[in-house]
Design a protein around this ligand. Structure first.
Ligand code: CP
Length: 303
């Protein structure tokens, strides 16, 4: 592994090594404070972000490294017509590793072909979001003490939500996983992801109603409806409040359920749920920093 473009770029052994390293970082943070001294991370974000960009930057700073980059491509020479390839070949001269987000599916793959420094996909269009998945896996591992034998409910915008595409591809590799896809018809999980599940013999069901499946779930992964990917506002307004998780709706859920959300949240989880001990989405943000520290170390081959 030299770049991280898709979660399936990582073998199961590499996934485990990154999770183990993150657990070690959590257990012994002082041991890691200088590991990236004299190394520079560039964050090139062509799309808005709070968590992914800032957790990458926090991760590199906590490893003793430096950060540079842009959070808004309109302040860069992209506005003058510079190509992605030329931008990457330029940043290649200033940084040791790049984390990027782009509205176009496949842009990080294109970037990885013109540079010899590691490229990390921080989210490309509605395609995938592998570092969010790493954060999700670490959260599940810490909270459930396992990554196998789970019933995982994914709820909301399964069509445009890149996080659920990557998480499905990652979790289907563990033993005895069953998926419950909860969405309106218009926002179903894409057929190519479902086809992968069928080909691998992984059980899944598709339902519209959240309450009826709640008692079965070990993980409930909520997602927002991705307004920026809709072709018209009318459809967005019709679908945006398809699911709102409230304390009432959790009444039939297991005590051991864990509720995840990649964030940002819009309206799909009531703030009252934040006080429920099963709500993990802000812990998930914290785990996101540790797993990105581990990923940076792995990609830079720093022991
Ligand atoms: N989870 C996630 O990707 O959040 P941001 O869009 O804020 O980076």
């Amino acid at each position: 592994m030299h770049h991280l473009i898709d979660i399936t770029d990582l073998s199961m052994q590499e996934l485990q090594e990154i999770i183990d390293l993150a657990l070690d970082i959590i257990a012994d943070r002082p041991a890691y404070t200088e590991r990236c001294k004299n190394k520079t991370l560039a964050t090139l974000f062509y799309e808005p972000s709070t968590r992914t960009r800032l957790s990458f930057e926090a991760a590199m700073l906590e490893l003793g490294g430096n950060v540079l980059g842009f959070s808004d491509a309109s302040t860069s020479s992209v506005t003058k017509g510079e190509s992605l390839a030329d931008t990457i070949m330029t940043i290649n001269k200033f940084a040791d590793i790049i984390a990027m987000r782009h509205p176009k599916d496949g842009a990080p793959l294109v970037a990885s072909r013109v540079t010899d420094i590691p490229i990390i996909n921080g989210g490309d269009g509605s395609h995938c979001h592998p570092t969010q998945t790493l954060a999700d896996l670490l959260t599940i591992k810490r909270e459930m003490r396992r990554l196998d034998n789970l019933v995982i409910g994914m709820c909301g915008d399964l069509k445009f939500g890149r996080t659920v595409h990557s998480l499905t591809k990652a979790m289907m590799r563990y033993d005895n996983i069953r998926f419950v896809m909860i969405s309106p018809d218009e926002l179903r999980m894409p057929e190519h992801v479902l086809e992968e599940l069928r080909e691998a013999g992984i059980p899944y069901t598709e339902v519209r109603d959240m309450e009826s499946v709640m008692p079965e779930l070990d993980i409930l992964y909520m997602t927002r409806v991705q307004r920026e990917r809709f072709f018209n506002e009318e459809d967005y307004l019709r679908l945006k409040d398809s699911y709102i998780l409230t304390s009432d709706k959790l009444r039939g859920a297991k005590e051991s359920l864990r509720i995840l959300h990649p964030l940002p949240r819009v309206n799909e989880i009531s703030v009252a749920v934040d006080d429920d001990p099963r709500a993990c989405y802000f812990k998930q943000v914290q785990y996101g920093k540790y797993i990105r520290m581990a990923l940076i170390l792995k990609l830079l081959e720093i022991k």
